[in-house]
Every structure is written in structure tokens, then in C-alpha cells.
Design a protein around this ligand. Structure first.
Ligand SMILES: [Zn+2]
Ligand SMILES: [Zn+2]
Length: 193
């Protein structure tokens, strides 16, 4: 933790406050935003932090946007960009505003396959980050949702447990953990190469 702080302070003045993303509360922790300077192509300003997550746009926005232009919708507007391609089946019953906020004004994250954004209690959930078997020990409710998902795809029980134990944050397979903003339960899905 202290080394991460040291790394950050080289680039960041103490007065910089990142925008708040209610559906992606810690984009630095998840790796979607890094403390590296950028000449942002949306606001044309030199900024202290760079968005390095996925994007869908005709424009090449790789390492080219600041998180402030994500947060206020400038980046989405200027480049007709979306940052997550939300699956309709993952957001059934969720208000269109929330879905649009995820697509256009929330940092995405990088998975091995097409990313999914989960919902719960009729609201989009907050993305907490990638997780492996060790991280999932802290979120047994999230591990349970991965287990249920695989069981629904008719995986045998033994294979499911093997898969759960193989989960990690740097290699395939990986789990992606979310928290319901209404009931605070954790949920996750997993993917692999
Ligand atoms: Zn900007
Ligand atoms: Zn819930």
C-alpha cells in the first residue's frame, strides 16, 4: 500500500480530486484509470490522470482521455464513445438512465472476453475489481454467484470448484466482482481465455 502511494504522489498534486463514479467507485484501484499525465483529446487540457480502460468508438481513444471527460459525458459526446457494451440480459428491469451512465459516463474495465456489467435489485451494480480465489474468500456471496452461474451452464460440481480455485487476477480465469448499491450483496461473474 505504501509503495502504491509513493508511485501516485510522483504524478499527482495533493489538490487533485478525481471525479466520482457511483458504478465504478475506485477506477485507480481497478486499473482503469492511472496517475499518468495526458493531453486529453476531449477537453484539450493537460490532466494528471489517464483513462486506460476499453472504449468503443471510431476514434482511437487509447490512453487519450482524462477521467473528468468520462464523468461529465464530454468524451462520449465528442467521439460517440461507449466504454462498456452492456448486455441487455444483465440489466433487465434497470432504469435506462443507469444503463446509459454505465455505457457513456463510467470507466469500463478489461476482461478476457467481452465485459459484462451486472445489476441487482433493479439497479446497476458497482464494479469493485478483478478477483482471484484469494480475493473471493472475502466475498463468499460473490463466489456463490459464480458457482451458481456455472452450475446453470451444467458444469459438474468438481469442475466448478477446480475453476474457482484457479481464479486469479493476472491470468485466465478471472472473476469480476460487483456490489449491489441497494442491498450491498456482492456478485460476480468469471471469464477465461
Ligand atoms: Zn478531458
Ligand atoms: Zn441487491
Amino acid at each position: 500500500l505504501s509503495s502504491a502511494k509513493g508511485r501516485r504522489s510522483r504524478f499527482t498534486s495533493a489538490t487533485v480530486t478525481l471525479p466520482q463514479f457511483r458504478f465504478h467507485p475506485d477506477p485507480i484501484g481497478t486499473g482503469s484509470v492511472v496517475a499518468q499525465p495526458v493531453d486529453c483529446v476531449a477537453c484539450n487540457q493537460s490532466r494528471t490522470h489517464t483513462y486506460v480502460g476499453p472504449f468503443y468508438s471510431e476514434a482511437d481513444l487509447r490512453d487519450a482521455l482524462c477521467p473528468w471527460c468520462l464523468a461529465d459525458g464530454t468524451a462520449a459526446r465528442c467521439f460517440e464513445a461507449t466504454f462498456t457494451d452492456v448486455l441487455a440480459s444483465d440489466v433487465e428491469g434497470v432504469a435506462e438512465d443507469s444503463v446509459r451512465e454505465v455505457m457513456h459516463r463510467t470507466p469500463g474495465f478489461a476482461g478476457w472476453q467481452q465485459e459484462r456489467w451486472l445489476s441487482h435489485c433493479g439497479e446497476v451494480a458497482a464494479f469493485l475489481g478483478a478477483a482471484g480465489a484469494n480475493e473471493l474468500l472475502a466475498w463468499p456471496d460473490a463466489a456463490e454467484t459464480v458457482r451458481d452461474d456455472l452450475a446453470a451452464h451444467r458444469w459438474p460440481a468438481g469442475q466448478i470448484e477446480e475453476f474457482l480455485q484457479a481464479l486469479n487476477t493476472t491470468d485466465s480465469p478471472t472473476a469480476y466482482v460487483f456490489r449491489c448499491l441497494r442491498c450491498e450483496t456482492h456478485l460476480a461473474y468469471a471469464d477465461f481465455l
